[in-house]
Design a protein around this ligand. Structure first.
Ligand code: AMP
Ligand code: GLY
Length: 424
């Protein structure tokens, strides 16, 4: 079968790499892709927001599967578009319906869903300009840190964690006044949870589910988890503290009730669920749901998966997912992300890159790169992800760092401490 991957980051490059290994896949396509994906997939020049054009191209190229990387097309209803048009009945979208994508697209929707199904998460209040005073009273009567979240999608920037009471009140007002546009016309105020974060990934057909390898990502730009938040500077899988007891709690208290909620509500959900979790004491809580895979977690998770991802996607699309334990490589995978100088602030693009021909046992996943005059150049903040395996986190990350040293471009930066907090 022919498959189209939507997206152009390291996550989608990893989908390309993994799907290219499947005997079920004939031709791989990607839109918009990046400077490295052409090794695996043909790039389609189409505006992925224009579902009609995407559909027409899919019919021309006999593409029967669309695998969606980022959240935006899902929140915009790409699944619903294809399911509701008779002429596209041969095309399956891997990703939830618009309603299912609300688990990521609306924090208030996700919190209500978790409350309805008794899924452990931080206590919360939903505030709009109509009940601003109850939000201000809540801040007045409680100690910080205060967690304020824009309800809608805000490019990963919509969560503020504030120590000071007066600052929190001011920020609440400015969020409701449009600090994040319409995304913050509703704000969720949450109790602060103090613990260690990790992520678990599930693939579901809306009835049954399988669990992919877990991962921990590194969001801050600076070593020792300091500085500004980024899209993600690296990832490690497996997570050493994710032991059998915690695993069981996550499955019983979070995954099973989440799938039950999806079923009960009749939500059409044929895709990935990314559980952003935090361990507080010995117990897991949901920080957030995402309706897609994580980036750069995918770059560490999929290389550990032995099962055929396409086979799983076909089962999902046909609502025949067989619940089973997936098979994972028994090694650590560590991903180190090379970024442009200045990221996550402003940075320059178009820097020529030099990449060694041989990458040893490591795998390179291009992210913000493109090809200009036959030369790979930088084209984004997160430029390239390097994944390596090892029997210890240390040995794996050392391989990634060795290769990171050999790749050259002006302004290159990466964190040298990915996974260090997990090494005992
Ligand atoms: P979110 O977009 O909901 O994942 O939030 C972004 C980041 O803010 C998370 O990865 C956490 O580091 C932090 N965060 C969100 N909610 C809470 C909370 N209730 N308590 C502590 N930290 C939080
Ligand atoms: N790495 C976090 C995310 O994909 O949202």
């Amino acid at each position: 079968m022919n498959v189209l991957i939507i997206g152009g980051g390291g996550r989608e490059a990893t989908f390309c790499w993994k799907l290219s290994q499947s005997p079920l896949v004939n031709h791989l396509f990607i839109a918009p892709g990046n400077g490295g994906t052409s090794l695996y997939a043909k790039t389609l020049d189409v505006d992925v927001k224009d579902f009609e054009k995407v559909g027409t191209l899919c019919r021309q190229l006999r593409i029967s599967y669309i695998i969606v990387g980022p959240e935006a097309p899902l929140v915009d209803g790409i699944y619903d578009f294809f399911i509701s048009h008779q002429e596209y009945s041969e095309i399956h979208v891997i990703g939830p319906s618009q309603e299912g994508a609300q688990l990521e697209g609306s924090k208030a929707y996700a919190k209500k869903f978790m409350a309805d199904y008794n899924i452990p998460t931080a206590a919360y209040l939903e505030i709009t300009s109509d009940n601003l005073q109850s939000g201000l009273d809540h801040i007045e009567n409680n100690e910080g840190p205060y967690v304020l979240k824009a309800d809608g999608l805000a490019a990963g920037k919509g969560v503020l964690i504030i120590q000071e009471r007066e600052e929190a009140k001011q920020e609440l007002k400015s969020m409701l006044d449009g600090k994040f546009g319409t995304a913050s016309s509703k704000v969720v105020i949450e109790a602060f949870l103090d613990g260690i974060e990790f992520s678990v990934f599930v693939l579901t057909d809306g009835q049954e589910y399988v669990i992919l390898p877990e991962a921990k990502d590194y969001k801050r730009i600076g070593e020792g988890d300091t500085g500004l938040n980024t899209g993600g500077m690296g990832a490690v899988s497996p997570v050493p503290f994710y032991d059998d007891t915690l695993k069981e709690k996550v499955e019983n208290q979070i995954i099973i009730p989440t799938i039950k909620g999806i079923k009960d509500r009749g939500i059409d959900y044929k895709g990935f669920i990314f559980l952003g979790l935090i361990r507080v004491g010995q117990d897991p809580y949901v920080i957030e749901y995402n309706c897609r895979m994580g980036d750069p977690e995918t770059e560490a998770v999929l290389p550990r998966l032995n099962d055929d991802l396409m086979e799983l996607c076909v089962e999902v699309a046909e609502s025949k997912l067989q619940p089973r334990n997936l098979s994972f490589k028994n090694a650590y995978a560590t991903t180190v992300m090379l970024v442009s100088g200045g990221y996550p602030g402003s940075y320059e693009k178009g820097k020529e890159m030099s990449i060694p021909k041989s990458q040893g046992e490591s795998i390179l996943f291009h992210a913000g790169t493109t090809i200009k005059d036959d030369q790979v150049v930088t084209n984004g903040g997160r430029v390239i992800a390097i994944t390596s395996f090892g029997q210890s986190i240390e040995s794996a990350v050392n391989k990634s760092k060795d290769l990171a040293e050999q790749i050259q471009f002006e302004g290159k930066y990466y964190r040298r401490d990915i996974g260090y907090d997990l090494i005992s």
